[in-house]
Design a protein around this ligand. Structure first.
Ligand SMILES: [Zn+2]
Ligand SMILES: [Zn+2]
Length: 284
């Protein structure tokens, strides 16, 4: 293993997050004044947890890369339909980017919606566990969730007939936007609030408020939510509580184990219910 390379990667990652910390704290100051600059002890605790989960997921980074080529090769070997490259070649580049973002966001909308379903929720709940949201909350995602999303994104790429590796710029831009929507900046994007997701639109998705549950699933384009009846934005959510009841909060081990502990509890409850039903039937 080349340790020089490893240390320079780690250094770049720390510098990037430090830069984002300064940028988003400054933007929060512009939107909310001095209060936006305050990083409480709980926010730092939450940041450390999210950063820890990110490092855990980075360990799977190489596997995601292998999975990408595996999905692509299998898709081609099965001769499944795909859009020919000539279709994209005749289009201006910004239009290609826009179509790709739209298709990916539509796919992510539905995957995200399914992740809120009973049996998949324990995987996604980790992302919703943060009660002190900030830009790093985006990286609070379980490796299982990231694997599910990655496989669907890879399938989309195979159908679109594009190489994800040719669109690193877009992937990077989308990552920056995701960091941004998880900040506590009080911006809703005014007239453009249906066009591009804002921090306040996404904060409602994380809100621990009954009316906001299972709303605002889109990652970039809120009009997708409008289209499918899941859009919710009554007013700014800057003071609204986030997280959910029974969340492991900042316990990193409990967060990583959460899907398995929850599934175990759910199956045990189901078995106990079935056993008590059978006992009542036997008595009658
Ligand atoms: Zn969600
Ligand atoms: Zn989120």
């Amino acid at each position: 293993m080349d340790f020089t390379n490893f240390f320079s990667m780690a250094q770049n990652e720390i510098l990037l997050h430090l830069g984002l910390f300064i940028l988003f704290t400054f933007l929060a100051f512009l939107s909310r004044g001095w209060i936006g600059m305050i990083w409480t002890k709980d926010m730092f605790k939450s940041a450390l947890t999210s950063f820890g989960i990110l490092q855990f997921n980075v360990l799977f980074g190489g596997l995601f890369f292998l999975a990408y080529f595996y999905v692509k090769d299998t898709y081609e070997a099965l001769k499944l339909p795909f859009i020919p490259p000539e279709f994209w070649e005749q289009m201006p580049t910004p239009l290609v980017w826009l179509i790709l973002l739209l298709v990916y966001d539509l796919a992510i909308y539905w995957i995200h919606r399914f992740l809120h379903d009973k049996w998949l929720w324990p995987i996604h709940a980790i992302h919703h566990s943060d009660e002190d949201m900030h830009f790093l909350s985006w990286s609070r995602g379980h490796a299982l969730e990231q694997s599910i999303i990655a496989i669907f994104v890879f399938l989309c790429s195979a159908w679109l007939g594009v190489n994800l590796t040719d669109f690193f710029f877009l992937v990077y831009l989308k990552a920056m936007h995701q960091y941004y929507v998880h900040t506590n900046i009080d911006w809703s994007h005014g007239l453009f609030k249906m066009i591009i997701a804002s921090p306040q639109y996404h904060r409602w998705h994380h809100a621990d408020v009954k009316e906001a549950h299972d709303k605002n699933f889109a990652s970039i384009f809120p009009f997708i939510d409008k289209l499918f009846g899941t859009y919710y934005y009554p007013h700014t959510a800057v003071e609204v509580k986030t997280g959910f009841k029974g969340s492991p909060k900042n316990d990193i081990i409990a967060l990583i184990c959460y899907p398995f502990t929850q599934w175990y509890k759910m199956i045990s409850r189901r078995r106990a219910k079935a056993a008590s039903k059978a006992a009542i039937k036997n008595e009658t």
